[in-house]
Design a protein around this ligand. Structure first.
Ligand SMILES: C[S@@+](CC[C@H](N)C(=O)[O-])C[C@H]1O[C@@H](n2cnc3c(N)ncnc32)[C@H](O)[C@@H]1O
Length: 263
């Protein structure tokens, strides 16, 4: 249990969610749940215990979800991931969670309007724009109208850390960061080069995958197709990914838009 009250998966599964150390996995998961709750409160939404149904999209081996469940003990907590081995381990370790293997492209194995809150850490920060658009539409579908989404992205500060060399990616073209800083209205995607070194860590990911960077103005301009963007919390989770706090638009608002499009 690595000093935690939650079971800890084997190292190979911890590595796939970017937390190879047992303590790093346990404490990082607890910290991330607390950071997401802080982002909710800072955005005028209630904490986790106000939601009856919660989805962790890209939950891996459930680094974070058990800690969210501890903050919302009455909630139905679900998670999904493309990584079958991670989901199989987490299903055995956490029988109180509803965990599913999902496909690399939509749809998810959940009915429309299944959740009051959806969160996702470090998934949209790896998808290209087509993948982002498809998944934002799908997350909006499984949310109840008025529900909340907390979605992490690499913002300008994360980009600056890669560009300066403070953080390195062994999997991207090293020349990729020889360019100006991320503009506030920019989206940049840098694909990973697939090799024997990263094959096992990208299990189940058969779509475009790499490092994605989102400027805050880009998010505010593009994401309203699917969500009301309520807040952008810089370095709101994992110490360096920004948290985009969104609200699923009400059915009424979507009807008005659809009527407008037909005119
Ligand atoms: C960096 S890990 C983060 C895992 C987890 N959110 C956490 O914070 O511990 C990214 C996760 O996204 C999953 N993933 C990648 N593409 C996905 C997709 N299209 N649908 C669901 N999960 C996906 C990967 O399998 C991996 O578990």
């Amino acid at each position: 249990m690595a000093g935690s009250d939650q079971p800890t998966p084997p190292r190979r599964l911890r590595a796939r969610v970017g937390a190879p150390g047992a303590r790093e996995f346990a404490e990082g998961g607890r910290a991330a749940a607390a950071e997401l709750e802080a982002a909710l409160l800072a955005s005028g939404s209630p904490g986790f215990d106000a939601y009856a149904s919660i989805l962790d999209f890209g939950c891996g081996s459930a680094r974070v979800l058990p800690h969210v469940h501890a903050l919302a003990p009455g909630a139905r907590c679900a998670g999904c991931d493309v990584d079958e081995a991670a989901v199989a381990w987490a299903t055995r370790a956490h029988p109180g969670l509803d965990l599913r293997v999902s496909a690399a492209s939509p749809p998810l194995p959940f009915a429309a309007g299944s959740f009051q809150l959806v969160y996702s850490i470090s998934v949209l920060s790896h998808l290209d724009e087509a993948g982002q658009d498809a998944w934002l539409a799908e997350l909006a579908r499984v949310l109840l109208p008025g529900g909340v989404a907390l979605l992490s992205v690499h913002g300008p500060d994360a980009f600056a850390q890669f560009r300066s060399g403070a953080v390195r990616s062994a999997w991207c073209d090293p020349a990729a960061f020889e360019r100006p800083e991320l503009g506030a209205d920019e989206f940049v995607f840098m694909p990973y080069r697939r090799s024997i070194w990263n094959r096992s860590e990208l299990r189940g990911v058969d779509t475009a995958y790499g490092l994605a960077f989102h400027g805050p103005d880009y998010v505010r301009r593009r994401w309203p197709t699917w969500f009301e963007v309520v807040n952008v919390v810089p370095a709101g989770v994992t110490d360096w990914q920004d948290v985009i706090v969104c609200r699923a638009r009400s059915l009424q608002a979507m009807d008005v838009d659809a009527a407008g499009e037909e005119q």
